[in-house]
Design a protein around this ligand. Structure first.
Ligand SMILES: Cc1cc2nc3c(=O)[nH]c(=O)nc-3n(C[C@H](O)[C@H](O)[C@H](O)COP(=O)(O)OP(=O)(O)OC[C@H]3O[C@@H](n4cnc5c(N)ncnc54)[C@H](O)[C@@H]3O)c2cc1C
Length: 397
């Protein structure tokens, strides 16, 4: 098989016809709107408003919104395929879109009529961006242990606390927060999910995001000081938190991240492949591609990327079908994508040599972006632990 055929095989991967159309739209807008400004997003730490606008114009913000409300009603497979496509050009844009999708899936899971009108319809119309704000400085990677408190007060809830690393911070129209109910006694792992509008009095932002990688995602810190939120913005019923974490937050978040980091690995593999073909030595007239050892190393990278993609697709399909065996696959998808992304960007850096090692080459950006995969919680170690526990029929937490 010639190397050109490799690309054709990748493009022919089977997905449903509805998803194939969405994927084709994203391939096209990634080329026209997202890729040309990816370098600027990384260099200047620019939140990718242009990417979100293009995705919104194409009707993609409602990826997980029910069709009855104007959305696409897609699941985990669509999320992983679309984030993978965007991340090949601009990982920060994939992360921003992915976190919007996770937030909207959380809202859609048990939305009331009011929430359907106020949030989901607007999301489907491309008029509303949301995102997930779980992490806090106090509990760090243990995102399921918030200390932010909500206290009933007249017809409102008063919210006090801080969130850290909020992707789309300062740019989204609403934030899906995890909060403790201040009016009742709580136990470890208790929390409720609450939609907090961007213009809520008492909500403030601090600091600019200057990350090592994922420099466009605007991961900022939010403070809530007696923030007044309508009681109608509570999601689900008290006691739903375990259901939300394992049925919605974890699967959607993990598949968005798995897609994003797979996209980075794929882009790094392509950079290496193109470099091996293009770079020729003057003294011998041969291309790097003519060296057996480099052919073999490229093959090892390709096997790793393809294996990761197959694993993620299988996990997403199992999740979308409600297969009881899906859990360890979904948990392990982010692990596998993270390990592949870091290994492949690292290896591509070696194969592309000094020209890739120069400051701010495309590969240095990919390598920096890939490193966020192990840090974003659930971290790689936590997910391996939970995968093992799932395989042993033990409680994850
Ligand atoms: C680019 C980026 C985007 C993010 N976006 C969001 C977002 O949109 N929403 C959101 O809520 N959060 C987000 N986060 C936050 C993220 O999910 C983590 O909560 C955050 O990185 C924790 O940082 P920390 O320094 O407080 O970690 P710490 O808790 O101090 O942990 C430091 C390290 O110790 C290890 N560690 C900690 N606890 C354990 C454990 N129990 N078992 C094994 N190892 C452990 C891990 O390796 C971890 O990376 C984002 C983070 C980054 C970097």
């Amino acid at each position: 098989m010639k190397s050109e055929d490799m690309t054709k095989v990748q493009a022919a991967r089977p997905v449903s016809s509805r998803l194939a159309k969405l994927q084709a739209t994203v391939v096209s807008l990634t080329a026209s709107d997202i890729a040309p400004r990816a370098e600027e997003v990384d260099r200047a730490c620019t939140w990718p408003a242009h990417s979100m606008a293009a995705l919104s114009k194409a009707g993609l913000l409602g990826l997980h919104v029910p069709q009855a409300l104007g959305g696409h009603e897609q699941g985990l497979l669509a999320l992983s395929v679309l984030t993978e496509t965007i991340a090949q050009a601009c990982p920060s844009s994939a992360l921003c879109f992915g976190m919007h999708c996770v937030g909207s899936a959380v809202i859609a899971a048990k939305a009331t009529d009011l929430q359907r009108t106020d949030y989901l319809r607007k999301i489907a119309q491309g008029e509303h961006i949301t995102t997930l704000a779980l992490s806090e400085a106090g509990s760090g990677a243990h995102f399921y242990l918030p200390a932010t408190l909500m206290t009933p007060c007249d017809s409102h809830l008063e919210v006090n606390g801080q969130k850290q690393f909020v992707t789309n911070g300062g740019h989204a129209d609403s934030y899906v927060l995890s909060v403790l109910d201040g009016s009742s006694e709580h136990h470890s792992g208790d929390f409720s999910c609450l939609i907090v509008d961007a213009d809520t009095p008492g909500l403030t932002w601090s600091g600019d995001w200057q990350g090592f990688g994922m420099r466009g995602n605007s991961s900022r810190a939010m403070a809530l000081d007696n923030a007044r939120v309508p009681t109608t913005n509570l999601l689900g019923e008290p006691g739903d938190q375990v259901w939300y974490v394992f049925e919605v937050v974890a699967p959607y978040f993990l598949m968005a991240m798995a897609g994003t980091y797979l996209g980075i690995a794929e882009a790094a593999l392509n950079e290496a492949r193109e470099h091996l073909k293009a770079r020729r030595h003057a003294h011998s007239g041969t291309a790097l591609a003519d060296h057996d050892i480099l052919q073999s190393r490229l093959a090892t990278m390709w096997i790793s990327v393809e294996r990761t993609r197959s694993f993620i697709r299988e996990a997403a399909r199992k999740g979308d079908l409600g297969d009881p065996a899906a859990l360890p696959f979904i948990l392990a998808s982010k692990v596998d994508a993270a390990e592949t992304a870091v290994a492949i960007t690292n290896e591509a850096m070696t194969l592309c040599g000094g020209s890739a090692y120069r400051e701010n080459s495309r590969l240095t950006q990919m390598l920096r972006d890939a490193r966020a995969s192990h840090v974003m919680s659930p971290t790689t170690d936590m997910l391996k632990l939970w995968t093992g526990r799932a395989l042993l029929d033990m409680p994850l937490l």
